[in-house]
Unconditional design. Structure first.
Lengths: 182, 203
């Protein structure tokens, strides 16, 4: 594991000053799409949901009060939208016929993925898809978005202890998946 | 010196806030082995996070080529059968529920009602002078609250005030016409016009 000296991903610390709709879209679009893909596991759904999120952003800018933190607002709206999509997505079982996911196309690997094989990535992705929705959300907000335990707890309406427990369980399963492919 | 931390303890430390578990953190600070394990855990966490985010960025559909064709076809067939049999069952249940709600009964349940003369007036029926009134009285007695004849449907709310109540139980024409002022409808079976007429007009 000595070659795995990879810093944990943290959100950009640069404060946002441009809050026009176009700037917000350019700044957050990739992040929101990624978040939706991780939560939904489906690129088509993720694209649709992310568009819904930015439509809501436009509505919020026109009619609602301006959020203090657009980044957190967009993240929360995206998570809620993914929740809604999960509830209404039972018929995707039918629609999905003939295709499967997990093609992560890592031919254009960067330095990060020299430390991890394609099989390990697939195993990690499968393990992540098997986590509970709550564990996925906690993992994404804490690890990918870099939120604090308190922020995650407040956003997901959980206790801080529950957030830590969900993160503990999620990481334990992901580590098991990573090690199983070694 | 406390014993070294196992993997779960290290993971709990990693997930906790920096000010939690002070005893274990003090051990961690003084133990080279635990520190190395903790650093490895942190590196793995970073690797996992980066791998998952990159995988999400590159996620796309592909044809299901890895699955044997026979299994895929069986799966497709089962999926199709499940969807369509479910749809048919649901449709049948909905249609049956609709019929029951509208008050449908099998035609064989009211043969006597169907034989009532089409030109029989309410007064005649009320006085019990026609065979049709007898048939209807018998049928009503047998069928309880059902006032339906073959091919005729009444809305449920219209049956709550029954214009034929008096004659059905052998009362007088006055009883039958007690509700004549109301605009109630009833149908005469086998009538060519097959139209419902006002009880006031027939009373």
């Amino acid at each position: 594991m000595s070659e795995m000296a990879i810093p944990m991903r943290k959100p950009a610390a640069v404060p946002e000053t441009d809050f026009t709709a176009d700037a917000l879209f350019r700044t957050h679009q990739q992040r929101i799409v990624r978040l939706c893909r991780m939560l939904l596991g489906n690129p088509d759904d993720a694209d649709e949901v992310s568009q819904e999120v930015f439509l809501k952003m436009l509505g919020q800018r026109e009619h609602g009060p301006e959020p203090a933190d657009w980044r957190a607002w967009l993240t929360r709206v995206a998570i809620n939208a993914c929740h809604d999509r999960h509830r209404s997505g039972w018929w995707k079982w039918w629609k999905r016929d003939g295709r499967e996911l997990l093609d992560t196309d890592l031919t254009s690997r960067d330095t990060v993925h020299e430390a991890i094989s394609h099989e390990q990535t697939d195993a990690l992705w499968r393990a992540f898809r098997k986590l509970t929705a709550r564990q996925q959300e906690v993992f994404i907000l804490r690890q990918v978005e870099g939120w604090s335990t308190r922020e995650v707890a407040k956003s997901l309406v959980l206790s801080e202890q529950a957030v830590k427990l969900q993160l503990f369980r999620a990481m334990r399963r992901l580590r098991e998946a990573l090690r199983s492919e070694r | 010196m406390k014993p070294c931390l196992d993997e779960n303890q290290l993971l709990r430390l990693w997930a906790a806030e920096p000010d939690e578990f002070p005893d274990q953190r003090s051990h961690l600070a003084g133990c080279a082995q635990c520190t190395a394990n903790y650093n490895q855990l942190s590196q793995e966490a970073g690797t996992i996070t980066d791998a998952l985010t990159t995988a999400a960025d590159h996620l796309r559909w592909r044809d299901r080529t890895a699955i044997p064709t026979a299994y895929a076809r069986i799966g497709d067939g089962l999926r199709t059968a499940a969807i369509f049999s479910g749809a048919v069952a649901f449709g049948g249940a909905a249609a049956f529920a609709l019929l029951v709600t509208l008050g449908w009964h099998p035609t064989s349940a009211s043969p006597r009602l169907a034989s009532a003369a089409p030109d029989t007036s309410v007064a005649d029926l009320a006085a019990g002078r026609s065979a049709a009134s007898e048939n209807m009285a018998i049928a009503n007695a047998e069928m309880g609250t059902s006032y339906l004849t073959a091919g005729s449907l009444y809305a449920a709310d219209e049956l709550t005030t029954d214009p034929l109540a008096g004659l059905a139980y052998g009362d007088s024409a006055q009883a039958a016409n007690a509700n004549a002022g109301e605009d109630l409808l009833f149908c005469v079976p086998d009538d060519d016009s097959a139209m419902c007429s006002s009880s006031g007009g027939q009373g």
